[in-house]
Design a protein around this ligand. Structure first.
Ligand code: ADP
Length: 202
């Protein structure tokens, strides 16, 4: 039976958002991108946004004490299946999620080499309204909702390199955790979005 609780892990710009949204739509799962949620909070200058801002500006992960309650609250409101894009990123986040659920989630891991990730961020755009990911040349407006497409402030090169380091330091052990439990599937994330999606669907 297909799991109704999925988490997407992968380095920054590995395609978690693009693939995660598509899979969630196809399987009728609720979808949450923690990165998009944080960027929205930043833009709206909410309390969450102001607490998260210093970390996002430096390309660091937002502390577990902020992320865990926020995501568990969202998960608690879901009556059906869901897909999380960008959570868990750390071991304590993965453990907190497991403890809160009766059915432990399955993880899809997108693997993309660093050089390809650097090429991708150099030309990535995001819709300020619906947070769809786009590429330079697709603009100036979002093909899905007509919102404005903009580069992400955190895709500036130094910020991106920090996120890549955070990925190695904190996310790789989280991936190992899912692998040890036999709940991870590693997918080759290179190629066109359609090619990758063919593998993601499995
Ligand atoms: P990317 O995967 O390209 O880094 P995301 O949109 O998934 O983009 O996340 C952007 C940033 O939001 C992260 O670098 C991190 O600072 C913060 N963030 C998102 N999810 C989490 C999380 N689960 N724990 C800590 N920080 C997070």
């Amino acid at each position: 039976m297909k799991s109704r609780h999925l988490v997407f892990l992968g380095p920054p710009a590995s395609g978690k958002g693009t693939q995660g949204r598509r899979l969630a739509d196809d399987q009728g799962l609720a979808y949450l991108s923690t990165g998009a949620l944080l960027r929205q909070a930043l833009r709206n200058q909410t309390e969450l946004g102001e607490r998260a801002r210093p970390y996002l500006d430096r390309g660091e992960f937002v502390p577990d004490e902020i992320m865990v309650p926020m995501v568990l609250e969202w998960v608690g409101h879901q009556e059906n299946g869901w897909l999380l894009d960008g959570f868990p990123r750390t071991l304590p986040q993965a453990e907190a999620l497991d403890e809160a659920l009766s059915e432990e989630p399955r993880a899809i891991i997108l693997h993309v080499p660093d050089e390809e990730l650097r090429r991708r961020v150099a030309c990535r755009l995001e819709c300020v309204d619906c947070h769809r990911v786009a590429r330079e040349g697709e603009g100036p407006t979002c093909p899905t909702c007509g919102g404005r497409l903009e580069p992400r402030a955190d895709d500036a090169s130094s910020n991106f390199e920090n996120r890549l380091q955070e990925y190695r330091r904190l996310v790789l052990p989280t991936i190992s955790y899912y692998c040890r439990k036999g709940r991870a599937r590693i997918v080759n994330g290179t190629g066109s979005p359609d090619e990758v999606y063919g593998r993601v669907k499995g």
